[in-house]
Design a protein around this ligand. Sequence first.
Ligand SMILES: Nc1ncnc2c1ncn2[C@@H]1O[C@H](COP(=O)(O)OP(=O)(O)OP(=O)(O)O)[C@@H](O)[C@H]1O
Ligand SMILES: [Mg+2]
Length: 434
Amino acid sequence: MEVVPALNRLLRPVAALPAQISISDVADRLLMPEHKAFLSLPVVDEAGRPLGLVSRATLQDIFMQRFGRDLWGRKPVVEVMNPAPLLVSLSTSLEEAARQITAQLQSPIRDDFILVDPQGLYCGLGTVLDLLKAMESRVAQRNRVLRKALVDLKESQTQLVQSEKMASLGQMVAGVAHELNTPLGYVKNNVQLLQDLTRPLLELADAQAALGDCLHNPACAEEDLAQALQAATRARELAAPELLADDLGQLFGDTQYGLQQIGELVLGLKDFARLDRAMSEEVDLNECIRSSLLIARTSIKDKAEVRLQLDELPRIACAPSQINQVLLNLLTNAAQAMDDYGCIQVKSWSDGSQVFVSVQDSGRGMPPEVLKRIFDPFFTTKPVGQGTGLGLSISFKIIQDHGGNIRVASEPGRGTRFLVSLPRMQADDMKRSA
Ligand SMILES: Nc1ncnc2c1ncn2[C@@H]1O[C@H](COP(=O)(O)OP(=O)(O)OP(=O)(O)O)[C@@H](O)[C@H]1O
Ligand SMILES: [Mg+2]
């Protein structure tokens, strides 16, 4: 908690002047060393109530006049004092005092201000200079507090973004694990089947080898040869290689297809999660679209058909994993917006200065009151536990950091279209503009 410097730290306990004191005497007192710091001296009545302030400037004006001292010197000071001095109660807060004083301050400053106790009795003088110093240190203290709050805020924002990333990473990993499981399952089955089917073939090979040995061995007895022949014939009947050929071909083909799918998924995952080498990398956004689609496949496949219309694009400097994060969020949002099986159309194209990607869905769309809030952090219409509402606000920030733009058009019942545009920057332009 911040310590509030009390107003009494500004209090200068200057002895007040009685109302009857002469102007000359006041002038002499003002010259005394202990009064050097003051622009004025206070005048009070017998009870100690402040009557006014007699300022150095006023006295100076009088004594500069010809015969000023003779004409005015003996008169009581009340005749030349400021009868409406600025009174500030000691119980006032520093801010309130500063507000009151600055509101009435005249330039040049001719007077100090009088500090009074709650009964209105004179306590001492305060100077504007002291007040300004106190306010300055207060502002510096506030600044320090604010700066710390800003650092804390930035830190928690980074943590939030990080945990959102982790959450989507978790979802993604679960999705990919599920995707891997299907081909892995039938590759395993096929390998088991292949093992079962090839066992009689191996037995046939053994029997035929034994028969061959017998035939080549002149010492082999007739009886043994007959036995070997019989065993080889039985093994051939059991193995029935002519019937196996088709099955084996099919099984090997399926297994290869499964392994290829597993390979693609792993590659997609690697592409998707690659660590960005700053923004110096030049990337084909179509690759980002493809790898994001691969990752989003589990969440999309039961919800919508994906139609791609990708033009050839110039490579641009960007952080691909961040762009992937944006695309994944747009694709997931599109899939989650489907009430019935629908369509997600992803297009890419470029012009002389920008590269564009649009993601359009035939989902439920958004009413204007939702549409205007979708980029707000934590805004979500999804049930608790399903959406954090950070996806689009993070996407917005990422695209903004890339110098691009993200726009949206939506119609309830018809669908939504997000359009992302990124500047056609090459790595060299990036370095030059950095
Ligand atoms: N394609 C879309 N169609 C309809 N509504 C959408 C679409 N995209 C976003 N919205 C709306 O915008 C809201 C905010 O989206 P955002 O991606 O920021 O968060 P979320 O998807 O709710 O949560 P998270 O992304 O953290 O899973 C969504 O809750 C939804 O109401
Ligand atoms: Mg989202």
